[in-house]
Design a protein around this ligand. Structure first.
Ligand SMILES: [Zn+2]
Ligand SMILES: [Zn+2]
Ligand SMILES: [Zn+2]
Length: 447
């Protein structure tokens, strides 16, 4: 078997994912709280101290493209200037940032250290585990064709299948890449040119490459030697990583096993799969860990802003539920409501927007500022679904303050907004919109 029980380098993994799915948090709790009590929010990004909850659910990797709900995935901005649309601060956590909360000293029969909470399964009762496995095989959030295809695989399950979801390979949706000179999206399986790495990696589509005669390609005032470019095909596939049970040796997708590779100290932690775990619990060999053994979304530091959004959201939800109950001639408790919602501001950092050279040249006469200072914040909404904290909605905002020069003076730019369709319950308000849309709109309005 080719699979290896390894973990992907967190940095590489982060780059490949949609920002909204990243869950490492910047800002220490003390930092946030200190400033909370002393008036205006003003804090720097600090080393990560909290390990964020594992955010995963059935087929989690496939969420990226499913933006919907009437909130646009596109940048909705005003008074915006040219700047990078993607920020990375939420994803910049690295290996050292992970703090284990459970004791890691015990060594097990397999000789591997026992790290509590290496899988979230350890908090589940056998009943919840069965529910989780049944849930996996329903492929919530997937297209009908995909659901049928995946469910058909259940019948031909073999040793190469994940012993939980019954499917073999799970691929992540590839991150979209865009041509630096023209901004067009580079299609799947198309050729392109690239150079640089990380934040400064650039892509050039074939038409742009061909259009530029001579030895160099220029954009944004830089000239790049064509000879330095690397030609590639946009066909990279990222597979959901696997983990092997140390007891029964079955292989499973990490996401299906709710396995947190960041807690798996260098791949050495002992891992007991859900099936073996259920057996152990039922034989009285172990008991599920208390819910407090792992930090959840509600343990993320609160801020004045997050409290405000939450309070208003909960108030509005209560009102909506009352209206719905009245509309159906039922009592409040007889109609379903949204449970276990948590809103947090998970990043708040000072940044500078540098105006690009060409832009400055064009607006020379207007004495245009060469940079704008702003505070970048990330607001996330979580919901606990089947025992797992799921990040459903996120937005990146850029706050230009009173000191900032015009035209950005006292402006807020909504730089990125995304959501995934896992909100529960899947119902409509009396006015006909989906309840999840109502929630997203309320978060925006509260902000
Ligand atoms: Zn699986
Ligand atoms: Zn192009
Ligand atoms: Zn096992």
């Amino acid at each position: 078997m080719k699979r290896i029980k390894t973990e992907q380098a967190p940095a590489a993994q982060n780059e490949k994912q949609n920002p909204i799915m990243l869950v490492s948090i910047t800002g220490t709790s003390e930092d946030l709280q200190d400033h909370d009590t002393s008036g205006p929010l003003k804090y720097e990004a600090a080393e990560v101290q909290l390990e964020a909850p594992a955010i995963s659910i059935q087929g989690a990797a496939k969420k990226v493209e499913e933006n919907n709900d009437g909130v646009s995935n596109e940048d909705v901005g005003f008074h915006m200037q040219e700047f990078s649309k993607t920020e990375k601060e939420v994803g910049q956590a690295n290996q050292e940032d992970v703090t284990l909360v459970a004791d890691t000293s015990a060594v097990t029969k397999s000789g591997k250290p026992k790290i509590k909470g290496v899988s979230m399964i350890e908090l589940f009762t056998p009943e919840q585990i069965r529910e989780h496995i049944t849930g996996l095989r329903q492929w919530v959030g997937q297209s009908k064709a995909k659901v049928e295809k995946n469910q058909a695989m259940e019948h031909s399950m073999n040793e190469n299948s994940c012993q939980l979801c019954a499917v073999e390979k799970l691929n992540f949706d590839p991150p979209p890449i865009y041509c630096s000179p023209c901004g067009a999206r580079i299609k799947r399986n198309a050729m392109f040119y690239t150079w640089g790495s990380g934040d400064t990696r650039h892509f050039i589509c074939i038409p742009c490459y061909n259009e530029s005669r001579g030895d160099t390609i220029s954009f944004d005032g830089t000239n790049i030697l064509k000879a330095k470019l690397e030609k590639k095909k946009n066909d990279e596939e990222t597979e959901e990583p696997w983990v092997q049970c140390d007891k029964c040796e079955a292989w499973q997708h990490q996401v299906c096993a709710l396995f947190n590779s960041r807690r798996n100290d260098g791949g050495q932690a002992e891992y007991t799969c859900p099936n073996c775990y259920v057996e152990e619990v039922e034989n009285g060999e172990r008991v599920p860990l208390p819910q407090s053994a792992l930090l959840g979304a509600k343990d993320l530091p609160r801020t004045i802003l997050s409290d405000h959004i939450e309070n208003r959201l909960f108030k509005k939800l209560k009102q909506e539920r009352l209206d719905r109950a009245r509309f159906h001639g039922k009592s409040y408790d007889e109609v379903p409501g949204a449970e276990s919602l948590v809103v947090r501001v998970v990043s708040s950092v000072d940044k500078k927007l540098e105006v690009k050279q060409r832009f400055l040249e064009i607006f020379q006469e207007e004495n245009y500022p060469s940079e704008f200072a702003y505070k970048s914040k990330v607001v996330l909404l979580f919901q606990k679904i089947e025992g797992v904290e799921v990040c459903l909605f996120g937005m990146y905002v850029q706050e230009f303050g009173a000191e900032c020069e015009q035209p950005n003076h006292r402006r807020v730019y909504l730089s990125y907004l995304d959501s995934v369709k896992y909100f529960r319950p899947e119902i409509r308000t009396v006015t006909g919109e989906a309840l999840r849309t109502f929630v997203y709109h309320e978060i925006l309005a509260s902000y």
